[in-house]
Design a protein around this ligand. Structure first.
Ligand code: BGC
Length: 839
């Protein structure tokens, strides 16, 4: 496509065409105007991989570690490389625009999407996001910062009003966006679903025009979150360029009517369309054709990068008596609910079908030279495990047949409109298209054959956005069609899992038939949540087993094992978009399993996989503890690399791990109540709160050990003289520090720079992170590293009365920390109090 002359094109477009350009045409594409050479652009999620245009039965993709995992690397260069990989993956899927990164803030460990954002701190989150976006955009693909702003919980996310002070908005919630944009002017920003202080963000001129465009000078495209546009005139006047997804609800004829009634002046529509056309020009050099086929890349060099990222994200929380690394020569007993499943990413729009995954069990087995044995200990599924992979089709293939009809099962002579072969018995049909389907109401029969290995009572479960009945050999075992109860799956739009049971015999083959009707066949009340398209289904099954039996088996094996590693944690069922966690604990049984295994084998290594903090009541009893997140395709290999010392751990926590949920500063204010949530902890989010109140967390922000030791010395600060006019890029302060690897093995160190403000009449955090850098050192090696911070960013707080940042006169202490207790100190002065706004 030739490059557009934007102003000329604006003159040539009819009003109808302009209106069409301000909304998507389907879930993932903008509108084309072929007459004027305006192509349709494709967008795709998102933060940890590029799913492509199909949630349901799509083309697999690379899955990078979740954002909290990447946050734990504190490695801007790595994030840049990951961004480049994401861009290549987007190009392979024919996508011009990546719907990520997510840079909201983990106010609470309970946030369902906490795993999607890098950190509780804006400097860490914004810096990593900036480098990630730089990697994406360097390859010509557009990045999208989301969700702007204060979408920090899932509960009633479209309806909730986040009540936040101006100061907390600036110092905590807007800061990651501001800092990311300083590093990389992203092509797009996505608005949050929620209101902030009474106004939905997609209708908030103060955010979309005054801050983003006037104050920060940003000139990209603002799109709504999916179904997060709630008005015609208000949203477009406030600066919302693009309503997503299509078909439009608020633009189209409604917008044309609003323009003709002069509720929306045409020049406002022109401003929005100009941003769409500029985006078309920005991504035009990619040369991606319209309706591009979606391909899988899966290159060896990408696998190596993913493995490096997975290993670099692992945080060594404890390592008493140098239990770790483990010996490859000795035998090892692997225990736990997360051992044989690959918890590779969280749930919701960040989730995707990965090219392949590596479970911790597979990672350990591939590296151990001794015998590897296994004991389940407990299961940690929330809903029953998927039945699909255990089924066979009538032809004997793994999986089941998926037959689509326009008519319900009761209709005679139904015409089959589609037949697919599936393995996964969960599907979200929002972007499933078939021209023969006549409306949003249609029906699917899923049929497969199940031959159990063991006799016993089997539980079956059905979760639907729609209606579903599960039959085993013709007997109705689960009925989820009437009296439906609202649950959390499928972005919070589904029923709870309804269950039934049946006694089955080993070796006998049973016909399983699941009959599904799409969302309109259900009368479930889904107020406050986003319902995407025609609905979704999930069916699972499991043999009923006594938990005590499994735990006892694991404990008795652990008692005599030479090395034990126990994998527990969460999965995409527990942490997902659409709902928040109800508590901070591990799934039922896990704490008991860990406690009892540690009692008989005190050297057992505990590995926790979760996107956000969990309670660890047994932590004092552990000698060796790793936090391993959702590690992407290569998660299991990355963990095994650290367990066996192939990689020296260098991860540092990007979020505080409190002892108890009650200790978290948002504890009293984390749900939508009567339409609002009060951000009552103000600027005291995460470490700012624990340090101010002297409340010790279980593991602090920035914590992480290594198999080697590091020493820091010779801190010097070089400050440029203050300038009379406060310039954007002015007044760098350069901290130079000598870092030495004083231990026996090579390793990477993260050096953190904090600033302590002088006493003032404003309540401020004890200290705040202002800069960091990561350096790799061979054993015995020493290097001098530099961290550059800008004086105005390092000193300012947001003055609500003036509506400006305030850099107050005084002496600011600089603290430099890293692995271990040692803190280097220095200081610099601000000669004169000054106020400023801008990026
Ligand atoms: C999410 C966005 C995502 C979009 C498209 C929404 O539910 O909030 O982050 O990009 O869906 O999948």
């Amino acid at each position: 496509m030739p490059r557009l002359d934007v102003e000329k094109t604006l003159e040539d477009l009819t009003l109808g065409e302009k209106v069409a350009l301000t909304a998507g045409i389907d879930f993932w594409h903008t509108a084309p105007i072929p007459r004027l050479n305006i192509p349709s652009l494709r967008m795709s999620d998102g933060p940890n991989g590029i799913r492509g245009t199909r949630f349901f039965n799509g083309v697999p993709a690379a899955c990078v570690p979740c954002a909290t995992a990447l946050g734990a690397t504190w490695d801007a260069a790595l994030l840049h490389s990951i961004g480049r990989l994401i861009a290549d993956e987007a190009i392979a899927k024919g996508a011009h625009i990546v719907l990520g990164p997510t840079i909201n803030t983990q106010r609470s460990p309970l946030g369902g999407r906490g795993f999607e954002s890098f950190a509780e701190d804006g400097v860490l989150s914004g810096t990593l996001a900036g480098h990630f976006c730089h990697g994406i955009q360097e390859k010509g693909v557009a990045a999208t910062l989301k969700h702007f702003v204060c979408n920090d919980q899932e509960h009633q996310r479209t309806a909730v009003d986040s009540i936040v002070t101006g100061r907390a908005l600036r110092e905590i919630y807007l800061l990651p966006f501001q800092l990311a944009l300083r590093i990389c002017r992203t092509a797009c920003v996505m608005t949050a679903y929620n209101k902030v202080n009474g106004v939905h963000v997609s209708e908030h001129e103060g955010f979309l025009i005054d801050i983003l465009r006037s104050e920060w000078g940003w000139d990209g495209l603002v799109m709504s979150d999916w179904f997060g546009t709630y008005s015609t005139s208000d949203a477009i006047r406030a600066g919302l360029d693009l309503e997503m997804p299509g078909k439009t609800r608020w633009r189209g004829t409604a917008l044309a009517h609003a323009v003709s009634a002069n509720k929306v002046p045409e020049f406002v529509v022109d401003e929005r369309v100009r941003n769409v056309l500029n985006l078309v020009n920005a991504v035009e050099p990619l040369g991606i054709p319209e309706k591009a086929a979606e391909k899988a890349l899966n290159r060896p060099q990408d696998r190596a990068l993913l493995r490096r990222a997975a290993a670099e994200s692992v945080v060594l929380m404890k390592n008493e008596e140098k239990i770790l690394p483990l010996s490859k020569e000795k035998s090892i007993l692997v225990i736990g609910p997360n051992a044989k499943i690959a918890a590779y990413c969280g749930g919701g729009s960040a989730s995707l079908d990965a090219y392949y995954t590596v479970s911790p069990w597979e990672g350990v087995s591939a590296q151990s030279k001794g015998a590897v044995s296994f004991s389940q200990g407990v299961y940690s599924f929330k809903d029953l495990p998927l039945l699909g992979p255990l089924l066979k089709t009538a032809d004997g293939e793994k999986g089941f047949t998926f037959r689509v009809f326009n008519e319900p099962p009761s209709a005679a002579d139904r015409e089959l409109v589609d037949e697919l072969h599936l393995v996964s018995s969960t599907g979200f049909l929002m972007d499933y298209v078939n021209p023969k389907i006549k409306s949003l109401t249609y029906y699917v029969d899923m049929e497969g054959f199940f031959t159990p290995d063991e006799d016993g009572v089997y539980d079956f479960g059905v979760t639907v956005v729609g209606t579903g009945q599960l039959f085993v050999d013709g007997e109705l075992v689960v009925d989820n069609t009437t009296n439906q109860r609202h649950g959390s799956a499928f972005f919070g739009s589904a029923t709870v899992e309804e269950k039934g049971a049946k006694q089955l015999k080993a070796g006998h083959t049973y016909r399983v038939l699941f009959q599904f009707g799409t969302a309109p066949t259900s009368d479930l009340d889904t107020r406050g949540v986003v319902v995407f398209g025609p609905g979704g289904f999930r069916f699972g099954a499991s043999r009923r087993v006594a938990q005590e039996e499994l735990i006892s088996q694991a404990v008795s094996l652990a008692a005599t094992a030479s090395q034990v590693v126990l994998f527990a944690g969460l999965t995409d069922e527990w942490e997902s978009e659409g709902y928040d966690r109800e508590h901070m604990d591990l799934p039922p049984g896990s704490d008991e399993l860990i406690t009892r295994v540690l009692a008989v084998h005190p050297n057992a290594v505990v590995v926790i996989q979760s996107g956000t903090p969990v309670t660890m009541p047994w932590a004092p009893q552990t000698k060796a503890l790793l936090q391993a997140w959702f590690g992407g395709n290569e998660g299991g290999n990355g963990i095994a690399d650290v367990l066996y010392g192939e990689v020296n751990p260098s991860g540092k926590l990007p979020v505080t791990f409190p002892v108890r949920l009650q200790d978290n500063p948002s504890f009293l204010n984390f749900r939508c109540e009567r339409g609002r949530v009060l951000y009552g902890e103000d600027v005291y989010v995460g470490y700012r709160y624990y340090e101010k109140t002297l409340l010790p967390p279980l593991f602090p922000f920035g914590h992480g050990l290594s198999y080697t030791s590091f020493a820091r010395s010779d801190l010097t600060l070089t400050c440029c003289p203050e300038k009379p006019v406060y310039e954007e890029s002015g007044e760098p302060i350069t901290a130079s520090v000598c870092v030495r690897n004083t231990g026996p093995v090579a390793g990477a160190e993260t050096v953190q720079l904090w600033v302590v403000p002088p006493p003032t009449d404003v309540n401020r955090p004890v200290r705040e992170l202002k800069g960091f850098t990561k350096v790799f050192l061979d054993a015995g090696e020493q290097k001098t590293v530099e961290i550059v911070v800008e004086k105005k960013l390092a000193t300012s707080w947001w003055d609500e009365q003036r509506e400006k940042w305030a850099s107050e006169k005084g002496t600011y202490e600089v603290l430099v920390t890293g692995t271990g207790e040692e803190t280097l100190r220095s200081s610099f002065d601000v000669q004169k109090t000054r106020y400023w706004v801008g990026l």
